[in-house]
Design a protein around this ligand. Structure first.
Ligand SMILES: [Zn+2]
Length: 514
């Protein structure tokens, strides 16, 4: 037994902290961890489940029939392991189906371009649309004005090529690293240093840009996939249905177009795309299963991961691995015969890739019960073994997490750091004050597999996933048996799930939401 003393200095904290402080000692009981670890490492089913999910069900784009098959199949797996399970519906803003696509450079020489349509972008209706490639500066409304006249009937590069380092060449110099950091900063936080009014204007311009390009007669937008060795990248959401084709182009081809333009030769591009977009909202489902607590069944530890994926590969490492480790943690708990004092709920979210939508809707629907959710623990950083916990600002819980992870320290889980993890489903619960965490993991090539066509079963590492399943089961069980509830985090207004706001003047009336 490891004891954790949460500060009892309520008198001081009442004055200087907005966070309610509980005076009790939180005691971590590690009894039972050994049984769970043994089940995880010696009788694992995680790889066979992951193989079925990856190879037979395949990619699970939210809104697709494969996503629903994954819901149904995971529901049956949870039940087969002896858990109570059901599907919880939520409303999704409309489906997108990828159709066939071809992109070919026709001048100055013939060359098949490696590319894929961005999701929730329209196609060309199957017609081949040919035009020159132009590169513009669309950084600000003012820079766009200078280039607007050049986009008519052209495929438009709105940014310079990304700085993708050749890892087979010499190492980066300090100047190279600085240049790359600066590039990343200008791409991801371009408006960071601006005042709030200018920032709002720039954000509106970014929302409007595809519409401005369509109005100016552009054929479509080309985007650098920004990865090594022709790997592609993917994103998109019904919250931002695009008004014209947009395609992710392999970095090698995007950089080729740019070099040709710099040298005074205009490449020509012939593209055909057949996509289907539906605009009416449709039901989607989170798969939910639980083991009821023996002493406090109304108090719940949520173990979660997202079941949906992008569709270029099979969504194995993003996030078949997290989803199957969650299912495996449920199997381990059920097979162990251990009785958690609080309920352990296993939730496989959908709609994560379109903006954490399934988990945000889940958190909203269960907002009234937020104070009885002990914690949410999520696995969503690829196939790598768990290295420890990221505290997400909850430095007051550092010793709690050290105590929780002590039984799995021998499996390499030995770091508890204050890191804010972005882009995973634990974030959806934080506004409600629920302690939410996303485990840190070994990298294991996640930068390559993430959203690319190489996100396939052969990238999964069996030993890592057996370890991760053990860590999730042990953490969930100990949090369920903790002597009290974890102090709540600060509450904030949850951001509503809604469509990106485009300037009214750019919307063509009578053509859906274009
Ligand atoms: Zn993910």
């Amino acid at each position: 037994m490891l004891r954790l003393h949460v500060l009892a200095a309520t008198a001081v904290f009442a004055v200087c902290s907005v966070r309610p402080v509980f005076g009790q000692d939180l005691v971590v009981d590690t009894t039972g961890a050994g049984v769970l670890i043994d089940e995880a490492l010696n009788r694992s089913e995680v790889m066979q489940n992951l193989q079925y999910l990856s190879d037979v069900i395949g990619p699970r784009l939210t809104g697709s029939s494969a996503a629903r098959r994954a819901n149904d199949w995971t529901l049956e797996r949870f039940k087969a392991y002896g858990l109570e399970a059901h599907l919880e519906p939520w409303k999704f803003g409309g489906t997108w189906t990828r159709g066939p696509m071809r992109a070919r450079m026709t001048a100055p020489r013939a060359h098949d371009v490696i590319a894929a349509s961005w999701a929730w972008a329209p196609g060309t209706g199957g017609a081949t649309v040919t035009g020159p490639v132009v590169r513009i500066d669309a950084t600000t409304p003012d820079s766009f004005v200078l280039y607007r006249g050049r986009v008519k009937k052209a495929w438009v590069m709105t940014r310079p090529p990304s700085l993708v380092w050749n890892t087979d060449g010499p190492s980066m110099t300090a100047a190279d690293s600085q240049r790359q950091r600066e590039f990343v900063r200008t791409i991801f936080t371009p408006f960071r240093d601006l005042d709030s009014i200018t920032r709002a204007r720039m954000q509106q311009f970014a929302n409007d840009l595809p519409y401005l390009l369509r109005r100016a007669g552009a054929l479509g937008i080309l985007q650098d996939a920004s990865k090594e060795h022709a790997l592609l990248n993917m994103s998109g959401s019904p919250n931002r249905i695009l008004p014209l084709p947009q395609i992710a182009v392999a970095h090698e081809d995007y950089a080729l177009f740019d070099r040709l333009l710099q040298a005074g030769t205009t490449p020509r591009l012939a593209v055909s795309i057949s996509n289907t977009i539906t605009r009416d909202s449709v039901p989607q489902w989170n798969t939910v299963a639980e083991i009821r607590g023996s002493e406090h069944p109304g108090q719940v530890v949520i173990v979660g991961a997202h079941l949906d994926s992008w569709d270029l590969g099979t969504g194995t490492t993003d996030n078949g691995t997290g989803a199957m480790c969650t299912l495996e943690a449920a199997r381990i708990m059920a097979r162990s015969g251990l009785q958690p004092k609080r309920t352990i709920r296993f939730v496989l979210f959908t709609g994560e890739e379109q903006g954490l939508i399934g988990s945000r809707k889940y958190a909203e629907a269960h907002g009234a019960e937020a104070d009885s959710i002990q914690a949410v623990i999520v696995l969503d950083n690829g196939t790598g073994a768990i290295t420890g916990q990221a505290l997400q600002g909850r430095t007051d819980l550092e010793s709690l997490w050290r105590a929780v992870l002590a039984p799995v320290a021998r499996l390499g889980v030995d770091s508890v750091v204050n890191r804010n993890k972005t882009g995973t489903d634990h974030l959806s619960f934080l506004p409600y004050g629920v302690p939410g965490f996303n485990f840190n993991q070994l990298e294991r090539g996640y930068g390559h597999t993430h959203h690319s066509q190489s996100d396939t079963y052969d990238m999964a590492v069996a030993a890592d996933l057996m370890q991760a399943s053990a860590v999730m089961a042990v953490s969930a069980y100990e949090l369920a048996n903790l002597s009290g509830m974890i102090p709540r985090g600060n509450q904030t207004e949850p951001t509503p799930v809604q469509a990106v706001k485009v300037s009214d003047s750019l919307i063509v009336k009578g053509k859906g939401s274009y």
